[in-house]
Design a protein around this ligand. Structure first.
Ligand SMILES: Cc1cc2nc3c(=O)[nH]c(=O)nc-3n(C[C@H](O)[C@H](O)[C@H](O)COP(=O)(O)OP(=O)(O)OC[C@H]3O[C@@H](n4cnc5c(N)ncnc54)[C@H](O)[C@@H]3O)c2cc1C
Length: 488
């Protein structure tokens, strides 16, 4: 039976980041991946704004900027689209029907959010502190968090504390009058979450996203496939063993400590240290099994909210794609979320596990292909998606802006299909909702934060841990650092 220093379940980008780090430190690492290809949900990601600078430095990841997509196009039914240019984080309007005053206010709201998210930014890349641990390092981190917020000054600190639990719709309606601009910012706040623009906490998700991506509009600055390849190369260079097309069936334990994993084909690998890149709920309930967890802990696992609601639509057209009223040199990230009311209506259906006839879209165009995130398409428990109906609705929305659409190929991947392919419960973008009670030192939930679990030797390293999803790799890196500490 083969024995390893550390076994990692799953080769999502976080699993690969963890494996790279551990192997660079001389550890013998095995990664078991269910699918033929590594990268997990990154397969559906179009935009990658910035890989964490810590990952780049510590793993020698050297991804080149593609830098070709600097435009954000917010589509309007009346074809008066808004086009923004993002010049290294500095936004300017290239085209809009918003009044000059609204444009200025919009940019000023973004600058305010930028200031607040910078304060949060310093916490994103670290392991979150533990309250009441009695450790000096945790206390120091908590004090430093408080100090960074205090350093904003009285006025800004009050404003941050005022808006942090607010819904984005209220803040935007207080300041702006242009519906399209309000729709655009609301879209960025709610995409990938289980919130609508009127849900409390939707400003926090926007600040959070801005803090991890260093930008409010996550654009395509780096090729996702290149990032994943470099992580895999880094693993290979450091002799990580990656077994593909193999699924872990069970985490093996003895006396509340990890002893190894058993695969679905019966094969067993031994290790005292195990990291799970699967989502927290799946890790505890399916791979570990509830029988060795206490009742209160199981209740917390079950209460972790992880219903995904973003589907991926890939369209291949026979003809080249032209968007009405937009010059080709302004193409970039397209968004159809025309106003707050429209997004909120789509969200209302989602609350009842239904999909709206009028979904929101975010998409990229490449000559004759469209790759779109469609929301809200809720994960369904006891029924199935009417895929053709959803595709038809999306095509009907797209055809308002693309005069000729001869479809050669179409494919919709729903959250249910994502769950089936990657074992990610709920098919959730972040492996679990990003809401105030599931963030920072509370992520995923009390008793399992800071990448640890109640089982000795078992660690979590997926998007379900701090700082959540997206392609930062920080979850994997922080979890690996924790294991290195333990191994010492
Ligand atoms: C539709 C969609 C679009 C997105 N677009 C973007 C975007 O544009 N930009 C962005 O930054 N983020 C985007 N995201 C979010 C981002 O892709 C995810 O947050 C991120 O990829 C999660 O990475 P991870 O490594 O934590 O987990 P995952 O990528 O989910 O990896 C988990 C891995 O574990 C494997 N696994 C699970 N169970 C087992 C088992 N029992 N045995 C073996 N292997 C197992 C899975 O097969 C998978 O490979 C998007 C997400 C979705 C759903």
């Amino acid at each position: 039976m083969k024995n390893f220093d550390v076994i990692i379940i799953g080769a999502g980008h976080n699993g690969l980041a963890a494996a790279s780090y551990l192997s660079k430190k001389g550890k013998k690492v095995l990664v078991v991946e269910k699918n033929q290809n590594v990268g997990g949900l990154a397969e559906y990601s179009d935009s990658l704004n910035c890989v964490s600078p810590i990952i780049k430095k510590e793993l020698n990841i050297n991804v080149t900027n593609v830098d070709k997509t600097t435009h954000i196009v917010s589509l309007e039914d009346n074809q008066n689209h808004t086009v923004l240019e993002d010049n290294n984080g500095k936004l300017s309007f290239l085209k809009t029907n918003a009044e000059e005053e609204d444009q200025q206010k919009f940019l000023s709201i973004i600058n305010n959010y930028k200031l607040f998210s910078k304060t949060l930014g310093s916490f994103m890349f670290q392991q979150p502190p533990r309250v009441k641990s009695g450790k000096k390092s945790d206390l120091f981190q908590l004090i430093s968090m408080g100090w960074k917020i205090r350093k904003l000054g009285k006025k800004n600190m009050r404003e941050l504390l005022r808006i942090i639990g607010l819904n984005i719709a209220d803040d935007l309606e207080d300041n702006l009058s242009n519906n399209n601009l309000m729709g655009l910012l609301s879209h960025e706040a709610v995409l990938g979450t289980n919130l609508g623009p009127r849900s409390p906490g939707s400003i926090l998700t926007l600040l959070y996203k801005q803090a991890t991506n260093n930008n409010i509009f996550n654009l395509k600055k780096i090729e996702v496939a290149e990032y994943i390849k470099q992580l895999e190369d880094c693993c290979n260079k450091n002799m990580v063993e990656i077994i593909k097309s193999s699924e872990v069936k069970k985490i093996l334990t003895q006396n509340n400590s990890v002893t190894g994993v058993q695969l679905t084909n019966g094969e067993v690998f031994e290790s005292k240290y195990l990291m799970s890149n699967a989502d927290p709920k799946t890790t505890y309930l399916n791979l570990l099994g509830a029988e060795i967890l206490d009742t209160d802990f199981i209740r917390r696992v079950k209460n972790f909210r992880n219903k995904g609601n973003v589907a991926k639509l890939e369209l291949v057209l026979e003809n080249e794609i032209n968007i009405n009223n937009i010059d080709k040199n302004m193409y970039g990230k397209f968004i159809y979320a025309p106003n707050i009311k429209y997004i909120e209506h789509a969200f209302n259906a989602n609350k009842y596990n239904k999909y709206s006839d009028n979904p929101c879209l975010e998409f990229y165009v490449n000559q004759n292909t469209i790759s779109a995130n469609v929301y809200y398409v809720p994960y369904l428990l006891n029924s199935h998606h009417e895929e053709n109906k959803i595709i038809k609705r999306c095509v009907s929305i797209l055809s308002k802006f693309i005069p000729e659409m001869k479809i050669a190929k179409q494919e919709l991947t729903t959250p249910n299909k994502m769950e089936e392919k990657f074992n990610i419960g709920g098919g959730h973008w972040h492996h679990g909702d990003l809401e105030i009670d599931q963030l920072l030192m509370m992520r995923p939930f009390y008793g399992s934060s800071q990448y640890s679990t109640p089982i000795n030797g078992l660690y979590l390293c997926s998007a379900g841990t701090h700082p959540g999803g997206g392609l930062t790799g920080i979850n994997g890196l922080n979890a690996a650092k924790k294991v290195i500490e333990e191994l010492k």
